[in-house]
Design a binder for this molecule. Structure first.
Ligand code: TXA
Ligand code: MG
Length: 319
């Protein structure tokens, strides 16, 4: 066994009841634990514990102006943290538990540590559907602050091995919940008064939101307003990435889609949900490959394709 395999073996734990109990104990003691969600793996800590929250920022190397998402077991718990107006309630009821984060005004007695919200008067809350994460939330009774479990600016993890490689010796206990089903981070929606804005594209699409609310999103959109973490360069591999490729150039690793097979095909049948689920896995493989750069086939921007193209554009932007 190589050194890095040994390290991974130590970090990973199967998600049996004993592992969940151990994770719960650690979280209650203020330690970090890597948890599976339906989108990506998260680096979790008790959101009410300022020291625990500080170690999230330290471990990720994350700038402290970039606030964290707080994960809750259900709507009832979320209402202790944030004020829900009728539109926010309608959206939460339609999409929770699931890959949607709501940015709302904090309650007057919101118990989370100030660093979680980085000084904003709003808070990002999400109720995830992954059964292991739900189990941890219910068993611990905690509000869990959890950014994606990668170093700041790098590729998000959709498998335990990505976390072990990305965080190396700094990886805490990893709860293994298998590969993430959605594969891209949650859609972030800010609700205020009677309108909503999409701050980050994700698995819940604009069409899904319009179908539920019977309203179009208000102006702003990703990158424009109040999403401090939506930096132009993000999800970045360690080498150049070229978009809308048809064939691989010299020394390029080609990530394919549909009929453009490439070295790794995101979806042979050109299915966008399947492509989203495989996106970060493909970027991790391409990054580890010996070739010096990466090319990616054109991906349609419809539905969850908007989230895929958003992540690819940021991955292609030099940091
Ligand atoms: O799917 C997900 O959302 C994953 C899993 C682990 O739940 N988490 C995740 O966290 O993607 P992170 O930290 O990688 O991204 C959180 C984003 C950042 O862009 C941050 O700026 C934004 O949420 N955010 C957090 N609080 C905010 C707030 N009050 N207002 C606006 N944006 C906020
Ligand atoms: Mg992230």
């Amino acid at each position: 066994m190589t050194g890095s395999n040994e390290q991974m073996g130590k970090a990973e734990k199967a998600s049996d009841p004993a592992a969940i109990a151990e994770a719960t104990r650690r979280l209650q003691a203020g330690e970090l634990v890597v948890v599976p969600t339906e989108t990506v793996y998260g680096l979790a800590a008790d959101a009410t514990n300022a020291d625990a929250v500080a170690s999230i920022y330290r471990t990720k190397g994350r700038p402290d102006f970039n606030p964290l998402i707080v994960h809750v077991a259900g709507l009832e718990q979320a209402r202790r943290l944030a004020d829900f107006n009728p539109l926010a309630l309608e959206i939460a009821k339609a999409f929770w538990p699931g890959p949607l984060t709501l940015v709302l005004l904090k309650t007057a007695d919101c118990p989370v540590a100030p660093a979680v919200t980085a000084g904003l008067e709003t808070i990002a809350v999400r109720c995830p559907s992954h059964h292991v994460m739900q189990h941890v939330l219910r068993e611990s009774g905690l509000f869990l602050a959890a950014p994606s479990a990668n170093r700041s600016g790098r590729i998000s993890p959709t498998r335990p091995a990505h976390v072990a490689t990305g965080l190396g010796p700094d990886a805490p206990m990893i709860l293994d919940g298998g590969p993430c089903q959605q594969g891209v981070e949650s859609t972030i929606v800010a609700v205020r008064d009677d309108g909503y804005a999409i701050l980050r594209f994700g698995p819940v699409t604009e069409q899904d939101l319009v179908a539920v609310t019977a309203k179009a999103p208000i102006a702003g959109g990703p990158g424009k307003i109040e999403a401090p973490g939506q930096l132009a360069s993000h999800y970045a591999p360690s080498k150049p990435l070229r978009l809308d490729a048809e064939v691989a150039g010299p020394d390029e690793y080609l990530i394919g889609f549909g009929e453009c097979a490439g070295d790794f095909n995101l979806s042979e049948t050109a299915d966008l949900a399947e492509a989203a689920a495989h996106l970060f896995e493909a970027l991790h493989l391409a990054d580890a490959d010996q070739r010096s750069s990466i090319a990616v086939a054109r991906i349609p921007a419809t539905g969850i394709g908007a989230a895929i193209n958003d992540r690819l554009r940021r991955a292609a932007t030099p940091g």
